[in-house]
Design a protein around this ligand. Structure first.
Ligand code: B12
Ligand code: SF4
Length: 452
């Protein structure tokens, strides 16, 4: 009997190559769970073309909101040849009914516990439409099979996951909507062994918020210290209140952290359910504390909340440059399905598109709703100006003059410069682009329907 062949595909937002691609961990997990006798292929469209005439028995796509349009286009090409397509990931978990117009089956939530069933059913030609992983699996014993990534030119940083979920519930974020209030961590010993086996110098811990609580953070930092790696993470600002933890972060090799500042305005923070961001520590002091420990700060800011006026762009960009942030993300507030924000803006009748992620008129980086105190065009334009200012040559040089973090050593300065160049290039490439490729996508009634 011929072995079953499954093809994993990671779509690119615009159908083109991207500079910031990392190994998509979801497929390492699916590969680790697949039966031994199944043959696996993998294509990452951010690095290579997806051969839509590829011979396979099943296509498995991972889908985020920004890649949904492209994923549906790719699915159409395979299904047109009679190849069944299964989709999983954030976007299709929130909108399975939408995805099922373009896929044969959808996996909702985590793959563990249901992927094995999907493979069995596909083999027997009995795929169901929906596979729902209702019980959140414990994360011990997870096997990441990275052999599918061999030979692909990913960035130097290797992604590793410690836990899933976040203790907070910011209204714009997909994480709380996806995981609810569950917080699950892998045993630190397993994380440390995995990192050792990777033999990579730089690790990105991909948890949305590494700071679950002081005890678990401390346990992890102690386990990382002997590995002599450099690592980066995403972390909530409250970790900066704890000098002891910051010290442990530094000692265990942390060199960069992404922190969601979102807004300098307390009323905006209150609206997004993130008022805790300013509790007991202002932004400038928190940033300084990280930098004093050699940790470069990647700041994430969002523009367009109800108290933002047109002066917010310049004010925020000047703050970010003055604070010598390593990198920033200046985004127009974007309502993704499943989030509280999406529901609110839809109920207030402020969405510009029914489903911006499918609309052929939407362009990456553009406003998708009507802000309160500025126009949508002012929001799009303001984000662009803030980004240009932050990534200008003068700003890159000015921010480099931080000898505790950004320019702590010659090698660190090299990381700082390279990351700034890559971020600038990736942004310029994506901004103003349509989502998906030129391939037509029939969206029918979805064109005008808002998501529920
Ligand atoms: C690391 C990361 C990045 C990296 C790149 C990662 C990479 N592999 O190249 C960088 C920094 C470049 C990045 C960029 C962006 N990211 Co990002 N990123 C992440 C992050 C933090 C971790 C991803 C990860 O490794 N997860 C671990 C794996 C194991 O989890 P998983 O992918 O969810 O997979 C599980 C299930 O979802 C499911 N599953 C997933 N796919 C499939 C497929 C099948 C067939 C099946 C059966 C199951 C299945 O099974 C897996 C195991 O249970 C996530 C948040 C998160 N916690 O996932 C955000 C996240 C995915 N990113 C997000 C966003 C918005 C972006 C950007 C669009 C931001 C921007 N405005 O530019 C860009 C562009 C991304 C793109 N599509 O090209 C959002 C997506 C929201 C949404 N509704 O879609 C997330 C959820 C963050 C958030 N807080 O909202 N990102
Ligand atoms: S702290 Fe970060 S990960 Fe957690 S809910 Fe807020 S934005 Fe999402």
């Amino acid at each position: 009997m011929k072995p079953m062949k499954i093809t994993f595909i990671r779509p690119s937002i615009t159908g083109r190559r991207a500079y910031d691609a990392m190994e998509p961990l979801a497929f390492a997990i699916l590969a680790g769970l697949a039966p031994q006798d199944v043959e696996l292929d993998f294509f990452d469209e951010r690095l290579e073309e997806v051969p839509t005439d590829h011979e396979t028995d099943l296509v498995a796509l991972t889908v985020e909101t920004y890649t949904a349009r492209r994923a549906y286009q790719i699915a159409g090409e395979f299904r047109g040849r009679g190849v069944p397509v299964v989709m999983g990931g954030y976007h299709v978990s929130f909108l399975p009914e939408e995805a099922l117009q373009f896929a044969d089956a959808v996996v909702i939530n985590d793959a563990e516990g249901v992927w094995e069933e999907v493979v069995r059913d596909a083999r027997d030609d009995k795929l169901r439409r929906i596979y729902h992983s209702r019980q959140l699996p414990a994360l011990s014993g997870l096997k990441f099979d990275r052999r599918i990534f061999h030979g692909k030119s990913y960035k130097a940083a290797a992604p590793v996951q410690y836990g899933r979920g976040c203790k907070y519930a910011c209204d714009f974020c997909s994480i709380h909507a996806f995981y609810g209030s569950s917080l699950r961590q892998r045993p630190v010993g397993e994380v440390a062994s995995e990192i050792e086996s990777l033999d990579r110098r730089f690790i990105l811990l991909v948890d949305d918020n590494l700071f679950v609580d002081p005890a678990r953070a401390e346990e992890l930092f102690h386990a990382l210290a002997p590995l002599k790696i450099k690592w980066g993470c995403q972390v909530s600002i409250d970790v900066a209140r704890d000098e002891r933890l910051l010290k442990l972060m530094e000692r265990s090799g942390c060199i960069a952290a992404l922190v969601g500042f979102e807004s300098l305005d307390e009323t905006n923070l209150a609206q997004m359910n993130k008022k805790w961001n300013l509790r007991r520590c202002d932004y400038a002091s928190a940033i300084r504390r990280f930098q004093d420990r050699g940790i470069m700060i990647y700041g994430s800011f969002i523009f367009g909340y109800d108290h933002d006026t047109v002066d917010v762009f310049e004010r925020t960009a000047e703050f970010a440059v003055g604070a010598k942030l390593f990198l920033v993300n200046f985004s127009a507030l974007t309502p993704t399905p499943g989030s509280k924000l999406y529901q609110r803006l839809r109920d207030e009748g402020r969405l510009i598109y029914g489903r911006w992620w499918l609309d052929p008129n939407y362009r990456y980086g553009e406003a998708t709703f009507h802000p309160k105190l500025m126009t949508a065009e002012e929001l799009t334009e303001g984000c662009l100006l803030a980004r240009r200012y932050f990534y200008s040559a003068a700003s890159i040089i000015q921010r480099a003059f931080d000898f505790s973090a950004n320019a702590r050593s010659p090698s660190r300065l090299g990381v700082y410069a390279l990351a700034n160049v890559i971020s600038k290039r990736e942004l310029n490439q994506k901004l103003g682009q349509r989502l998906g490729s030129e391939t037509p996508l029939e969206i029918g009634a979805l064109a005008t329907q808002e998501a529920i």
